[in-house]
Design a binder for this molecule. Structure first.
Ligand code: PHE
Length: 438
């Protein structure tokens, strides 16, 4: 149970509620959504199982786990690089994750002050643009969020946070369902429009970029390719059924994302907003709903509190690997290791804050710092480490032991092997090439 809470706590977060809808909006809707669903079940699920399986064997941090398991299988210790790139990825992701976590936290207060009362899309757009333009404001909330993450990690009390999520997560789920119903009732035909935007295949919008984004988001959303799930695997008992546990986590993660999309897009269409608006999408759409429904102030406050909690259970899992590594490789204790890594991540986050305003025009390959960090991690590092993990499990490890560990019949295992050895590596390589050529 504790393990499930930690794994689901890491997986469900801003990725589902903030990132999924805005990417779907930018990448042509259903093409992105459908590819994401396929990637979640066909690629994400087996890699999740594989990370847990390797982690359960290694019983250490991802870098040493990869090294030890590789050696035990008679392979090169260089497989540790899968772990090293993973830790680097978690470090980079946290720098922008904390900035967005700060937005969610600030919106608790904006909603509480009744800022959105009676507002339409124009109003919420204006509030959000003012918010983005105010460097101090963004900096304060990024700092608060990063500080909270660091305190929880330094004191080693993430267990407490995860337990409180037993209330917060169902609360978030219920509110999301409520918002979907609200959107369906008030937005009339826009709900149908949103539904077909998200689910009616429009293969003409299929681009390499959209497919790569969907793959990257499947990794991001399941916290894969960073050794995080590998680290959690070390807490798994031998008798836990990896495949069915992974299936539960994937389904939960997908449901939260889809609910979020169904709550947001009807509002987008009913209010004449742009689906491809980008990173601010949920912050301009959901406030319209909270500003116009009865009890919207209190529901808005609750929603952003739950969202902040969901973000915190993900951010602690993002900070943990770097802290553990520093603790092991340097004489630093847990508190100093946390302080050092948080300060560096925070500073990188400051650059990310500035990329929304003063450094808007500072770009590389046509991308500002925020986009660059996101692009580099989700679309490059995560798929590459995921690829490394699955190739390692499929080609380097003893297959009969894996079969017994997964408790699969020889026939089913043949299918599993085909998936891990051939289908997933080829698909990931193909998507990477296709995506980068686009
Ligand atoms: N999966 C988390 C989310 O969806 C984000 C995350 C990514 C957490 C990578 C840990 C590692 O918000």
């Amino acid at each position: 149970m504790g393990f499930m809470l930690a794994a689901a706590g890491s997986a469900v977060g801003l990725g589902n509620i903030w990132k999924f809808p805005y990417m779907a909006g930018q990448m042509g809707g259903s093409v992105f959504v459908l590819t994401y669903l396929v990637c979640m079940f066909v690629i994400g699920l087996p890699i999740l199982v594989t990370e847990w399986l390797i982690g359960r064997r290694g019983q250490k941090n991802p870098i040493h786990t990869m090294e030890d398991v590789a050696k035990a299988e008679g392979r090169s210790a260089n497989w540790r690089w899968v772990g090293i790139i993973g830790v680097l990825g978690s470090f980079l992701i946290l720098s922008f994750y904390s900035v967005i976590g700060g937005w969610a936290t600030d919106y608790i207060f904006l909603a509480g002050k009744g800022t959105f009362l009676g507002m339409n899309g124009e109003g919420t757009n204006r509030i959000f643009s003012e918010f983005l333009g105010s460097v101090n404001h963004l900096l304060i909330w990024h700092t608060v969020f990063m500080f909270a993450t660091a305190v929880i990690v330094a004191m080693g009390v993430s267990g407490g946070l995860e337990r409180s999520c037993k209330i917060m997560m169902p609360g978030l789920g219920l509110l999301l369902i409520g918002l979907v119903v609200y959107a369906a009732v008030v937005s009339g035909p826009a709900f149908g429009q949103a539904f077909s935007f998200l689910f009616t295949p429009n293969w003409s919008a299929l681009t390499g970029e959209a497919v790569l984004a969907a793959l990257g988001h499947a990794f991001f959303s399941l916290s894969l390719g960073m050794g995080i799930m590998m680290a959690y695997g070390s807490y798994l008992g031998k008798d836990v059924n990896l495949i069915s546990t992974a299936r539960t986590v994937v389904i939960l993660d997908v449901i939260v994302a889809i609910l979020s999309g169904l709550a947001i897009f009807p509002l987008v269409f009913a209010n004449g907003l742009q689906p491809g608006k980008g990173a601010g999408l949920i912050f301009v759409t959901l406030p319209i709903a909270f500003g116009n429904m009865t009890g919207g102030t209190i529901l808005g406050v609750l929603f952003f509190i739950f969202l902040t909690f969901a973000a915190l259970t993900s951010s602690i899992s993002l900070l943990e690997p770097t802290v553990e590594l520093l603790e092991e490789k340097t004489p630093l204790g847990r508190k100093s290791a946390t302080l050092l890594s948080s300060v560096v991540i925070w500073a990188l986050g400051v650059a990310c804050v500035l990329s929304f305003n003063e450094w808007q025009n500072v770009t590389l390959f046509g991308k500002n710092i925020f986009d660059l960090l996101d692009y580099f991690t989700s679309k490059l590092m995560l798929p590459l480490t995921g690829l490394g993990t699955i190739i390692f499990a499929g080609w380097m490890m003893n297959q009969e032991t894996i079969r017994r560990e997964l408790n699969l019949s020889p026939a089913l295992f043949a299918g599993w092997k085909f998936l891990c050895r051939i289908v997933i590596p080829i698909a990931v390589i193909f998507i990477l090439i296709y995506g980068f050529m686009d």
